[in-house]
Design a binder for this molecule. Structure first.
Ligand SMILES: *Cc1c(COP(=O)(O)O)cnc(C)c1O
Length: 413
């Protein structure tokens, strides 16, 4: 029997329940889903949960606000096709992601392409398709204009601004101070005037400040700062902005103690701001871009226990999955201190928590931990483990080829 002191698990997201004692996703048991997919490890993404999130979000936000999906969170083609009816536009960050959205049949006019280090052939593919480029530097602007000239087309160009502020309390800061992202705010008006003078289709500004924010106050303050900065830049450019991507950064609870973001508070503050916009923004197309908030909680990673062993008084449940599919849950994707994601024994979802065990992956590295000293039901070889919060930054944000393991299966239900 294990005597190790337990470490808390993250909160299991709403919408998951037990059927016949097993975890059910979208009304189907984990074992049923694994049988359909053919094997573990398996990512399951739920249409119902994504749709419910979108519905709550739309209800909370001003009607005027467009909601974009940043596909890097989860570019699975079936999921992307499903998002088509739910979101307004898409944000991509590479020509590879452009190919994915094109394969799914998404209209390139609904797509914006941000990201530092766009190669000439990526700029060319985007310009030829009619995608909006969020320019990350003056140099990139020159290259884009030259490529468009050569192609004989009018490029759709926006500028990504590196603002002088960041999102307080966000998990990953992407604005403020010296950054590889965007163009320092003071240099934006001059570049915008050049782009307009060059005859480009001027698409306005993109201001992204950070990711994984759970504090409504921080999001509200950031959005106020974004609108104020956009107004100041538009005034300097000397005309109204056609479009403003206000960024996003809405976080989801991963760890014990995390509270969900209060989107009603964010939405009502935004409605007040939208009711009092300056002339420069009065007719501007306004949007936010979200990744994990839309899909993160709607995904579960299912893996099977292949060994159960004891070492120095601790129990180890060794699974057929691991950090090669769920790098973030192992604590190796942008976290300083490793904390437990929400994890459960899917095949004993309704059982009492009777032991403390470590859930590890099958890789030969001590980094490969899915849950440390977790309170769980007593699990045996053959049981299924669920790692929640797996709908974003799972399959494509993990080193699937590490140790020759290969990718996990993925299904949208
Ligand atoms: C990563 C990223 C997003 C999505 O971030 P989430 O935290 O998943 O919402 C949106 N926009 C830009 C520019 C990004 O780099």
């Amino acid at each position: 029997m294990s005597v190790a002191k337990p470490k808390p698990l993250g909160p299991i997201p709403a919408g998951y329940r037990a059927i016949d004692g097993e975890l059910a996703i979208g009304g189907r048991t984990a074992s049923d889903l694994v049988a359909e997919a053919g094997d573990t490890p398996l990512f399951v993404y739920s249409r119902d949960l994504i749709a419910a999130t979108m519905q709550r979000l739309r209800a909370a936000m001003p009607e005027r606000l467009g909601i974009n999906y940043a596909i890097k969170a989860n570019p699975h083609p079936d999921l992307l096709a499903f998002m088509r009816d739910l979101v307004d536009e898409y944000d991509i960050a590479s020509a590879g992601e452009l190919a994915i959205v094109q394969d799914v049949g998404i209209d390139p006019a609904m797509v914006s392409f941000a990201g530092p280090g766009k190669r000439d052939r990526e700029l060319e593919a985007a310009i030829a398709a009619g995608v909006t480029l969020n320019l990350e530097s003056e140099n990139e602007a020159r290259r884009a204009l030259a490529i468009a000239d050569r192609l004989g087309t009018t490029p759709r160009l926006a500028i990504r601004v590196n603002p002088d502020f960041d999102m307080k309390g966000s998990g990953m800061k992407m604005g403020g101070g010296a950054k590889p992202f965007g163009i320092d705010a003071t240099r934006v008006p001059a570049l915008a005037r050049d782009i307009i003078a060059a005859g480009a289709d001027w698409r306005g500004l993109h201001i992204y400040t950070g990711s994984q924010a759970l504090s409504a106050d921080a999001v509200i303050e950031t959005q106020a700062n974004v609108l104020a900065l956009a107004h100041a830049i538009a005034t300097d450019i000397g005309g109204p902005l056609p479009k403003l991507n206000m960024g996003g950064g809405f976080g989801i609870p991963y760890f014990a103690g995390d509270e969900p973001l209060d989107i009603d508070a964010v939405g009502s503050a935004l409605k007040e701001r939208f009711d009092a916009l300056p002339d420069t923004l009065a007719d501007t197309q306004l949007c936010i871009e979200l990744g994990r908030y839309l899909v993160g909680l709607a995904g579960v990673y299912l893996t099977r226990i292949v060994d159960r062993k004891d070492s120095h008084g601790e129990t180890f449940l060794v699974t057929d999955g691991g950090l090669h599919h769920q790098l973030a849950a192992s604590g190796n994707f942008g976290t300083v201190v490793r904390r437990n994601y929400p994890v459960a024994i899917a095949s004993r979802f309704a059982a009492e928590l009777e032991e403390v065990a470590n859930v590890v992956g099958c890789l030969c590295t001590p980094l490969d931990r899915l849950a440390e000293r977790a309170q769980l039901p007593v699990a045996q070889v053959g049981d299924l483990v669920a790692v929640f919060c797996a709908g974003a930054y799972g399959a494509t944000a993990s080193p699937a080829q590490f140790l020759g393991q290969g990718p996990a299966r993925e299904i949208l239900i």
